[in-house]
Design a protein around this ligand. Structure first.
Ligand code: SF4
Length: 175
């Protein structure tokens, strides 16, 4: 009998590609171990909309209206591009068991991304989710969604693993 392997949507910079804005990659021990038990489907929304590697950082900005995505160094606003990419990408995904995204990113962060009142890091106004993560939450609300930093917390890791593995996560991942 063929045993189905859970499919996990994951930020590509978490060990798969040097695609961060500064050309770096994040190596995460848990993600590497998780790879023994799941099939990863990787995504980098910022590269997906053509921002390139390396690239000038983008910021989430909200004043009176909705959140906008600014690239202060170039003056570009890429909100619509990120929204369109996110919706298209998510709508083409197969059945997933969960999503694991990069913390604090303006695209991938889940509730831990800085929000600014103006396109400058001096105008900090709290935390929110990145645009891609928000689209995952909106379009696939049933998915267990976490960040790699969120899973450093043992309680959050256990909750996410139990949801992904239908209550029976591999022992190697729970320690
Ligand atoms: S956090 Fe998301 S957008 Fe940023 S480099 Fe990683 S995958 Fe790409």
């Amino acid at each position: 009998m063929k045993i189905s392997v859970p499919k996990i949507l994951i930020s590509r910079c978490l060990g798969f590609s040097w695609c961060r804005y500064d050309g770096e990659i994040i190596q995460d021990d848990f993600v590497q171990r998780l790879g023994n038990y799941v099939e990863f489907i990787t995504v980098c929304p910022e590269v997906g909309i053509g921002l390139g590697i390396p690239r000038d950082p983008i910021l989430l900005v909200q004043n009176a209206g909705p959140i906008e995505v600014h690239q202060p160094a170039t003056g570009l606003v890429v909100t619509r591009e990120l929204e369109i990419f996110s919706e298209k990408f998510i709508s083409c995904l197969p059945l997933l068991a969960g999503a694991l995204l990069k913390s604090r990113s303006p695209s991938c962060g889940v509730g831990d991304t800085k929000l600014f009142a103006a396109p400058t890091e001096a105008a900090d106004r709290g935390l929110t989710s990145g645009l891609f993560a928000a689209a995952v939450r909106r379009l696939r609300p049933e998915l267990p969604l976490e960040t790699e930093a969120g899973l450093w917390d043992p309680v959050r890791r256990k909750t996410w693993l139990e949801a992904v593995f239908d209550e029976s996560p591999p022992a190697e991942l729970t320690g």
